[in-house]
Design a protein around this ligand. Structure first.
Ligand SMILES: [Mg+2]
Length: 367
């Protein structure tokens, strides 16, 4: 079996409303979509949703990197994913958000070739995955309204964005907890917005609101600060922007700077390396979450399959496709019902039909 053709597409997907987090707001997601064709007529879908803020990548850099990698993959076996990744890493350093598109498409091909949904052949630990819904930063009162809407839709977990102003952040969490009651899981994400001192003080004050964990309280490169917060916070600390790769995970665990790790395919470079992070963390007794950037249903399906397959991925924040107005996938993908991501019966990722109008014409074709 060999890779016959790689098609690269660029899409712009508008959000339903501007999405605001501590470092700024965005109104759309500019993603690169990949279609890999094999000589056995199996097609794999992949996606990249680069975040300049997190990995320094843009759709343009993703396309540049794919231009170096894709020609070298023609003729290679799509099922030898570990070897294909090694080739990519030897050609281009870093650039995880470019490599992830290929990693996801190869995993889709693996599932379709084995005629099973991907999570089943990767271990099949769970059959569905509980996801939260993220509340973007607004005034505390507006965020309460959004929380109520989410709970009415059936969400059992809310991820609340904070990290702007500690007093207002306290107000946000207080009002949301008082309104949604004790049965809803609340986790928070400061996106590097606090200093270590602010984080420790604020998290101590928030302890009474039963917060599951606090994501990235301090700047990504401040390992000392993160360790300090973890040591003094009554709420478990999760690293997001601080951990991209398996090497980062090992380093932060050794530094005793984390209680939990947020794995994102766009940071790890795909499913293969995302799983390595989960396994390193498992050995250290550190549970993981799977998160997302601005992926459509394709990237979200990849994250959901990985989470279902992997015991140590105990939490999921897989909601970007819900925040996007434009639906790239017409049929298939992982739908949400009562907070649970449900798998379709289809093999591989389960993407059945893509909206050709949104996808448009390929930007590049390699064969
Ligand atoms: Mg985060």
């Amino acid at each position: 079996m060999g890779i016959k053709q790689i098609e690269v597409y660029m899409v712009t997907l508008k959000y339903k409303e501007p999405f605001r987090i501590a470092p700024g707001a965005s109104t759309e997601s500019r993603n690169v979509i990949l279609k890999i064709l094999t000589d056995y007529n199996v097609i794999g879908w992949g996606e990249s949703s680069p975040s300049k803020r997190v990995t320094g990548e843009t759709p343009e850099t993703v396309i540049e990197v794919l231009d170096k990698i894709a020609p070298k993959l023609i003729g290679m076996c799509p099922l030898r994913i570990e070897q294909d990744m090694e080739i990519m890493d030897s050609l281009v350093k870093g650039n995880p958000a470019a490599k992830v598109a290929i990693d996801i498409a190869l995993h889709d091909i693996l599932g379709k070739t084995c005629r099973k949904p991907l999570y089943r052949i990767m271990g099949g630990y769970r059959t569905e995955v509980l996801t939260d819904l993220t509340l973007s930063i607004k005034s505390p009162k507006e965020m309460v309204k959004d929380a109520v809407k989410a709970v009415r839709k059936g969400f059992k977990a809310l991820k609340v964005k904070v990290g702007v102003n500690p007093n207002e952040d306290f107000e946000r969490i207080k009002l949301i907890r008082e309104t949604v009651g004790s049965q809803i899981q609340i986790r928070i994400d400061a996106n590097q917005g606090w200093t270590p001192k602010q984080a420790i003080e604020t998290l101590k004050k928030m302890e009474k609101f039963d917060i599951q964990f606090a994501e990235q309280p301090v700047p990504a490169e401040d390992t000392r600060g993160l360790r300090e917060v973890k040591k003094n916070s009554p709420i478990p600390i999760m690293a997001d922007e601080s951990v991209h790769s398996p090497e980062d995970a090992l380093r932060l665990i050794q530094a005793e700077a984390v209680d939990l790790i947020n794995i994102k395919l766009m940071k790890s470079g795909g499913i293969l390396k995302g799983r390595k992070i989960a396994e390193i963390a498992e050995a250290a007794g550190v549970p993981c979450m799977i998160g997302c950037m601005g992926e459509s249903e394709i990237g979200i399906a990849a994250g959901t399959h990985l989470a279902a397959a992997t015991k140590n991925i105990q939490y999921a924040d897989l909601d970007s496709d819900i925040l996007i107005k434009d639906k790239l996938v017409k049929k298939g993908g992982t739908k949400v019902k009562n907070s649970m991501r449900i798998f379709p019966k289809e093999n591989g990722l389960g993407i059945k039909e893509v909206n050709e109008q949104i996808l448009g014409k390929p930007k590049m074709i390699y064969k």
